[in-house]
Design a protein around this ligand. Sequence first.
Ligand code: NFS
Length: 659
Amino acid sequence: MSEKPTIPVKNPVRAWKAEDRVSDLASIEMLNKAATDCVDTCFERLDTQRNQCAFGKNGLCCRLCYMGPCRITPKAPRGVCGADADTIVARNYLREVASGTAAHSDHGRHLVLLLKKVAGGHGGSYRIADEPALRYAARLYNIEENGRTPEAVALDLANLFISEFARQEDPLATLKLAPVRRQGVWKNREIQPSGIDRMVVESLHRTNIGVDHDYKNLLLHAFRTSLADGWGGSRIASIVSDILFGTPSPVRSRANLGVLGAKTVNILVHGHEPALSEMLAIASRDPELLAEARAANVEGITLAGICCTANEILIRHGIPVAGNFLQQELAIITGAVEMLITDVQCCMPSLPDVALAYHTEVVSTNEIAKTIGSAHVPFDEDHAMESAKALIRRAIANYKRRDPAKVAIPSVSQPLVAGFSVAAIKYMLGGTFRASFRPLNDAIIQGRIKGIVGIVGCNNPKTKTDAYINTLTRELIKREVIILKTGCAAIASAKEGMLTPEAALEAAGPGFREVCEAIGIPPVLHMGSCVDNSRLLEAATEVVLEGGLGDDLSEVPAVGVAPEWMSEKAVAIGCYFVASGVDVILGHPFHTGGSEKVTQFLNQDTRELFGASFHVCTDPAEAAEKIMEIINRKRERLGINRKAKRKLYDMKDRRALNV
Ligand code: NFS
């Protein structure tokens, strides 16, 4: 290790029970083990941060210049420069959106540069894994593909995507993938983003001392910037991932800490970018390495994932998921992890501290993401397979340091099906030759499916892990709503067993269940990582293009929910959903409570501007009611809110559905 962590681990005195903080049995077990092993986790750290700063919480602390930091109170309503609560809250909010956009988009940029290398014949171990996806993407952007080599097409596409980051004046080309009416809304509201990088830079410029002080103008730029994420950086990341690593299709696997092997070398990948984890997924099955593992007296190599890196290799390779965001520390506490490999985003700086109590080696691999106490082993993309193999060998060598006395792998994991890209959903709905969203649209029009809800985002130790996500998911499928999932919310469902078609069908309302069985689609669809929220927009766009449910995303009976979110990326995602015309329910509010005007803008005025707004529902039952109210209102407007007659499907009906 390069340097020892500096934060001492202390024996926590807990005033709570593990089962009040986490939902699944594996996490409960590991949280209890943490106390026995005298290891701090985020749950104890939240306790020590109990009196969190009210100024920060309300967005009222400004530290953008060195006349401050200023804090706004009734007695001190303006900062030294004269900025009031509205300006300060809006500036802070815009910076959150810019940061979230930057994270997703930098991930996308990295993949685009890799695509360019592959196109130029310098991709090393990488190749174009999905040529149809490449050609489809090229056609979307009017790039000639007919009769050209995949490399030539890929080069044009990579260059176009690079220009999406650098564009200085014109709107992003990727906006054209949205329904035409939505494009018109963005144009009329003057929030079409130009280059992704430009939008982020402009956000920082506008929030610099003495620049943009009009809270509305700041917030409009927040929505503009978020569009550069959802329809720009994130969309590009998903498209390029599919080209380089394959478009996901339904795959079976398992989720939760029980996927770790008692007698195998356990390697966890954690973070977001799939380039390294893709290679690890392949290398972990390499016969030579498996033989080396056996020579070290272990039965094999178990590769599993945490957070969105997990989702990326789950949906393409069926690699099991060890856990979601709040399980990253708990995974180490099993005492059975030889190596935890981090790339970027959502990797807690505490990991090396936790690892000190065990034999786990925490390895960072990305130059922009190092942690004191982690070993840094830069991932050499030009020799990717060799890099991946070297890491696996290092993990095998670390197995001998595993202390059997400290090992307790919870025997808890659930089966799952994941990998529902839009192409896969289309295929499921109509087969190879008639792939289309028609059956889904028809089912919504007939009222057998009431609407579509995307449940996305993180976990947050402020609320019981997974509880809101899972309660809401069950409540909505009971009410005949189809659920699209990404990120850690998808993993929450996986751990609850709700990503198996059988379990979810059992819990689904009668009409919905019949449709799912008839058209062969499960009620809860795991669509990928958080950048893959762009797939949710893609799916909603398909619904619009298919016809019968309005001309714009704002007319589709669809809602987005971020129940337990914590990341700035979630703020950006929420904004691009709302700017796209999709209402968003938040499980807890933004740090904007210090300004009534900003709060009103986000929760009300946006309806006028975009046809959708934010809503805060801290309780899942309340959220379900709100969602159904929004869905029913949209159904009413579309004139499809007839009560569906229950009817059992026979073969004739099934054929009729597959038009
Ligand atoms: Ni999304 Fe995915 Fe998870 Fe939250 Fe983090 S992993 S990018 S930010 S915690 S869902």
